[in-house]
Write a protein that binds this ligand. Structure first.
Ligand code: OOG
Ligand code: NI
Length: 465
């Protein structure tokens, strides 16, 4: 990055703010959710000075209510390829491969996000990005019709494409170009009330799978939700009805715990919105009006990142819970689901020391400044002596079962449909034009580096003591 180039972290911050403004204008209920999140966060901070101090120390207090992620759904490999270029301008890179066919959603996905700690701290905004898999549809005629519509659409403005290429050629954008880029880029994610297909084709697509209609029938990949961070997800979930917003039946992810792990998420249900459909080729029917549900609001609360063995334990306990009880979309068994989840997860250690000693979670190590008797002794001994401390590393990624739950609850009740699990990471990476970054690698690397640095510091201060 040359000195005259705008910092990608700054472009990302401009972008996430522009998206937030646009979405609040387009989806008023989202503004209501933002207010609720703000109120609950303020309550938590007031009640817990320790939490306030901790967040202040991390420099997170000012941005506490800001959006952490959004989601889009793309139609073609070409769109995914260009999207990688668009996000790269803002320092966002594909991390992880999520196969959602297992959960009856015909897409596979990645998350474009900042990679390193410093960039995440400056602005953590990421975009969960799915690519439609027409290959999972049985109806060959419909598949062809959908592919034809998708091949014809151009989701990027000419200005946006020009600036992506400029950034690639020059290794960045000037401040002025960066501002222009953000204005052009948000156009891709705007809602279009005019459908791209006649109503009859919309119905066919919709009957194959609601998600197929959501991707194929529109002019572009409208942002389908934004997600601020909450300090108390259970409280926001409980309070949504008081503000006239209707939450999904259950919070996705792990249960309420003393030590939060991974990611918990919930959303309000997608709104029905009016759509105009163009006349069909026969010219018989003129423009028709219909309705489509797509856009919603979500909240998230993040905890410690788990190691592969921690993640395997999580997956096993979640599968066990779901074999005992499947949360009903109408919320009728929500209490029973919560109780079962909590009971099954009692097998997951809920204190930081055990999580660390059992190798279930990732930690950032640092020297406390207290002198050490023997800096070369084992980790646990250093911690026991008080010269080394371990803080949890926050999970920055997503969870496929939770993502599927968020998808399902916003596709309408009864939309669940089975596809055979059919991951195709190689195909996804080919379409993307690059491999996705490994989900665990960054956490493992951060942990290892922090420990190496802490050990150097311990031995240095030992020598000068
Ligand atoms: C994406 C759902 C996944 C999350 O937070 O897990 C997601 C979608 O509905 O397009 O955003
Ligand atoms: Ni989401």
């Amino acid at each position: 990055m040359a000195a005259e180039h705008a910092n990608p972290d700054k472009i990302r911050a401009l972008f996430s703010r522009a998206m937030s403004v646009m979405y609040r204008e387009e989806v008023p209920a989202y503004g209501t959710l933002m207010e609720l999140v703000h109120d609950v966060n303020a309550e938590v901070l007031l009640a817990s000075p320790a939490e306030r101090e901790r967040l202040e120390g991390l420099g997170e207090l000012e941005r506490i209510d800001e959006e952490r992620h959004g989601a889009i759904r793309l139609g073609t490999p070409r769109e995914l390829f260009t999207m990688r270029g668009l996000f790269a301008v803002m320092g966002m890179h594909p991390v992880g491969y999520y196969d959602l066919s297992v959960a009856g959603v015909p897409v596979h996905s990645t998350a474009f996000r900042p990679l390193d700690d410093a960039a995440l701290r400056r602005n953590p905004f990421r975009v969960f990005t799915s690519l439609l898999r027409l290959d999972l549809l049985d109806d060959a005629d419909l598949r062809d019709a959908a592919a034809e519509v998708l091949d014809r659409r151009e989701i990027f403005t000419p200005g946006c494409l020009e600036l992506i290429h400029k950034a690639e050629a020059d290794g960045g954008l000037s401040e002025a170009d960066a501002e222009r880029f953000v204005a052009e880029a948000v156009e891709t994610f705007r809602w279009h009330a005019e459908a791209n297909v006649p109503h009859a084709l919309y119905r066919r697509l919709h009957d194959a799978h609601r998600l197929v209609a959501d991707v194929v029938a529109f002019k572009g990949p409208h942002i389908n939700h934004l997600t601020p961070r909450t300090l108390d997800i259970d409280r926001v979930q409980e309070m949504m009805p008081d503000r006239d917003i209707s939450p999904k039946a259950v919070v996705e992810g792990p249960p309420t715990r003393t030590v939060p792990i991974l990611l918990r998420q919930t959303s309000f249900k997608a709104l029905e919105e009016p759509v105009n459909f163009p006349a069909d080729d026969s010219g018989e029917a003129g423009t028709t009006t219909g309705r489509h549900t797509a856009r919603f609001g979500e909240i998230e609360q993040r905890g410690i990142a788990l190691t592969p063995s921690g993640q395997a334990l999580y997956d096993r306990l979640l599968a066990e819970t779901r074999s005992l009880i499947t949360p009903a979309a109408d919320g009728s068994n929500a209490d029973a689901y919560r109780a079962t989840l909590a009971e099954v997860f009692s097998a997951f250690p809920d204190d930081l020391e055990t999580l660390r000693k059992d190798g279930l979670g990732y930690f950032r190590y640092s020297a406390t400044g207290q002198p050490c008797k023997d800096p070369s002794c084992g980790l646990d001994a250093l911690i026991a002596q008080g010269c080394l401390r371990a803080d949890p590393i926050v999970y920055e990624d997503f969870l496929p079962v939770s993502a599927a739950g968020i998808f399902q609850s916003n596709l309408g009740d009864g939309a669940a449909q089975a596809f055979v699990a059919n991951p195709n990471r190689a195909r996804f990476e080919e379409d993307l034009g690059a491999p996705v970054h490994d989900l665990f690698f960054r956490y493992a690397e951060t942990e290892a580096r922090s420990l190496a640095e802490a050990r150097i510091e311990l031995s240095r201060s030992h020598q000068t003591a």
